[in-house]
Design a protein. Structure first.
Length: 62
């Protein structure tokens, strides 16, 4: 006989960041830094936002 388990998962609609349209890059970077993101994490977030069409910018890494 197999054991029986009931599993329930609930996910809240909370989001880590919510920005109004037209937020500046400075505000975005400041918010990500405040949660302790490493520089590489910040770049990954910015690249993902660009790929998703959420920001209109040319990202240049120097």
């Amino acid at each position: 006989m197999l054991p029986r388990s009931d599993v329930s998962v609930e996910e809240e609609e909370n989001r880590m960041f919510v920005f109004d349209p037209g937020v500046s890059l400075e505000e975005l970077v400041r918010a990500v830094n405040q949660v302790g993101a490493a520089p590489g994490d910040l770049m990954a977030i910015l690249e993902a936002l660009k790929q998703a069409g959420a920001i209109q910018a040319d990202l240049v890494v120097i």
